[in-house]
Unconditional design. Sequence first.
Length: 311
Amino acid sequence: MSRARIRLATAAAAAALALGTLPAASATAAPATAPAADAGLRHPWGAETIRQIPLQGAVNVRDLGGYRTYTGGQVRQGLVYRSDALSKLTAADITAVSGLGLKKVVDFRIPMELQYDGADKLPPGLSPTSRPVSDLGLYGTLVGAISSGDPVKQEQMLGGGRAEAYMRDIYRTFVTSPENRAQFAATLREIADGGQGPLLYHCTSGKDRTGWVSYVLLRALAVPEASAERDYLASNTFRAAYDAQLRAGLKQSGRMQNPDLLIPLQEVRQDYLDSATAQLEADYGSVYGYLTDGLGLDLRTLARLQKKMVR
């Protein structure tokens, strides 16, 4: 176990002890399994099953629960959900979402994304909370590149490793931007609130901004780094068919001669996550430092997070 992991495990235990609520020790806890109505992605290299909520209008909706922690507990299901945009939900989807019992939906999209993709379609009585996290202009760049229909311009904007570099820059701002940190911190505080019911957060694709806050939350709960990374990378599995269909449609319509230029923007990649975690370590020393100094979460808030989210 690395020193950073030991520090985070110690911090998690200390936080739990602050409220006298250490997670129940269970070295042989049963793996999380998906209910019959849900689709589960079981990793061949791990015990946990990712619980997907299958919908027609969103492809990356998941329950963040089920992961084991290295303090002996397991993240509770039915409390926190991560998702792509909910603007294309069908009537049946809305009924399914209603069954989750959500009390809050947090939308990390910027105004331009809302303008093009539309507002969330949610069950009656539930309105999204707008909490925009910057994409460094990526969405506008993407819209401009596609709408130009110019293969030379598209290559100049996205080719030659430029798309990948853009993504790494975006991930670094999850750590360096005070505004972005404030949005993530507000969301984690709400999750920690014992009076807050089930919560869902999302961006457009449910993979970058959503992927980062999910990674941070799981690490805050003392989920091993490898498990948190697998949850992050699973977006590629859930989004693959939809994204391939989008590329095929762009080529067929003539708007992109080489739609594979979009792949680095559509995928999550380990080196994108590594860009953020390297920045985190440079600025704050560890995940715990990012949580406390970067996001301003005190020990009591981290303890409440443990008490609520880990059994």
